[in-house]
Design a protein around this ligand. Structure first.
Ligand code: SAH
Length: 495
């Protein structure tokens, strides 16, 4: 059976700017052939079973030549695979997408094209530059500034000047002096506003707004490098007024997120929305206990307990699933009161159709213990092995009967230390959402100097653990994800 090729525009990097159809295409792919400009966050969407071919890798400074890429696509499709050709931005805008289709067409391979958000429009937008504005221009021109080494640019500068439109140059960093000179010679005013935006839309975006006459010198002084976009036109003068991306509170900040892989999404997303560069570095994972005779025995006599206590969102999920597998359901909990350590855990109960009877005012084990001080037993504690001792100590001291049953284990992951080690030389912001993430983080970096780590901790217990490892800490006001994000935002704003 013959395969097919979908040419997909991956957009400029932010996964939020990948189209829904593009995402669908990636998810169904068996083979993904991708370029240098496709961001890691988008590559992360490729299904685990799919084969990836990196044709942007510059092995000894030679990228895979275009004719070879064309042949790879043909070969994989002929072998019957669903192939996705992922390209940065839009696949047809200076993306050689057309060339790749020619060979497929000649061999009768079915193909589709999913357009992408192009950097030509989106990078200026993130730099606060509307590419057209009725007061300033009535056209937009997108030009490649790429020239073969040593060759002249083949650009009709006179024609460009006459349009009086906004000019956007891609691949123009090397040729920037020639481009500006060409426009000046063709009669454009040296005072014409002009800008260059490097690594646009990324947390490391740098923008330079100047004039046509002075831009080459300014770009040289700032050591602007590729990828960058050059914009020439009066609209550039709006850049300061409409600056929004550079003004985000965490712009330029790198934040390490140590949460388990399957739970990191929300925190990462919130931090990215504030402009941060997020490094996902999962230090722990929650693993359900396959064999759990103690829990099974407790489930046989749930009616005997007065309280059932959960200390993380994993608890209700695992507990209810096991109950279901044993042929029981929520009715087995009739008469049993439910306590949750915080709103996320209460939310997990809610998803099982259960309401938490008790959530402490401050979301940690100490406060949960205090809130449970006056209850009558027996209490069933359903939580991680090696959990905090605050609850068992309290119940023992008060003579409240309880069973402390480990339902899941927190195992330490071995994330790729290479992703974090280079950051540790300067101040490094690391989020910790439990004491175990702190331990996992420290364990993953044996012998590393952690003196520049600023631990952004969800609660007091987490902070206590971080302090024992000599980390500087800041603690969220309430032990919630929202409060942690707020703490990071405030820290970014220097509060
Ligand atoms: N098809 C792509 C463009 C490929 S040409 C698109 O539609 O976006 C590559 C050029 O795109 C780079 O040389 C640079 O000029 C521009 N570019 C791509 N990503 C960029 C980014 N994040 N910041 C600035 N320029 C970028």
């Amino acid at each position: 059976m013959i395969g097919n090729v979908i040419l997909v525009g991956a957009g400029p990097g932010d996964p939020g700017l990948l189209t829904r159809k593009g995402r669908w295409a990636i998810r169904q792919a068996q083979v993904v052939v991708y370029d240098r400009l496709v961001s890691p966050a988008i590559l992360a969407l490729i299904p685990a079973g799919a084969r990836t071919i990196d044709v942007g890798k510059e092995a000894s400074h030679h990228k895979v030549p275009q004719h070879e890429i064309n042949e790879i696509l043909l070969r994989e499709a002929q072998a019957g695979y669903r192939v996705v050709r992922l390209k940065g931005g839009d696949p047809f805008l200076f993306g050689r997408g057309g060339e790749e289709l020619e060979l497929l067409k000649a061999h009768g391979i079915p193909f589709e094209v999913v357009p992408g958000v192009t950097s030509a429009l989106s990078v200026p937008a993130y730099a606060g530059i509307p590419v057209t504005h009725r007061d300033f221009c009535s056209s937009l021109h997108i030009i490649t500034g790429h020239a073969k080494a040593g060759a002249e640019l083949k650009i009709d500068f006179g024609a460009l000047c006459r349009t009086q439109g906004t000019l956007v140059f891609l691949m123009g960093v090397t040729a920037l002096p020639m481009i500006c000179e060409g426009l000046l010679k063709a009669g454009m005013d040296p005072a014409m506003p002009a800008a260059v935006v490097e690594r646009g839309m990324t947390p490391r975006q740098r923008k330079l707004v100047s004039t046509l006459g002075e831009l080459p010198q300014a770009a040289r002084a700032a050591r602007i490098e590729s990828p960058a976009i050059i914009v020439v036109g009066k609209v550039c003068q709006l850049s300061d007024q409409f600056d929004w991306f550079d003004a985000l509170p965490l712009k330029g900040r790198t934040v390490v997120v140590t949460r388990p892989k399957d739970r990191a999404g929300t925190l990462s997303k919130k931090l990215r929305a504030l402009g941060a560069e997020v490094v996902e570095y999962p230090c722990i994972e929650t693993v359900e206990r396959a064999e759990n005779p103690a829990l099974d025995a407790a489930m046989e006599q749930l009616g005997h307990y007065r309280w059932l206590v959960f200390t993380s969102p994993a608890g209700p999920e695992i507990f209810m699933e096991r109950l279901w597998k044993r042929g029981l359901d929520a009715r087995a909990l009739a008469g049993v009161k439910l306590a949750a350590i915080g709103p996320k855990t209460a939310g997990a109960l809610g998803r099982c159709g259960l309401r938490a009877d008790l959530v402490p005012e401050v979301y940690d084990s100490d406060h949960l213990a205090k809130a449970l001080e006056a209850v009558e037993g027996p209490v069933l504690l359903c939580r991680a092995s090696r959990g905090s001792q605050a609850l068992p100590e309290l119940f023992s001291a008060r003579g409240i009967p309880f069973d402390d049953i480990p339902c899941y284990d927190t195992v330490y992951e071995s994330p790729d230390a290479g992703a974090v080690l280079p950051l540790l030389e300067g101040e490094t912001w690391v989020t910790f959402t439990s004491a175990s993430t702190v331990r996992g983080f420290v364990q993953s970096l044996p012998g590393a100097d952690l003196s520049h780590v600023l631990g952004l901790c969800i609660g007091e217990q987490t902070a206590r653990e971080a302090r024992t490892h000599g980390l500087t800490v800041r603690v969220a006001r309430e032990a919630t994800m929202e409060s942690l994000v707020e703490l990071i935002r405030e820290t970014g704003a220097g509060e």
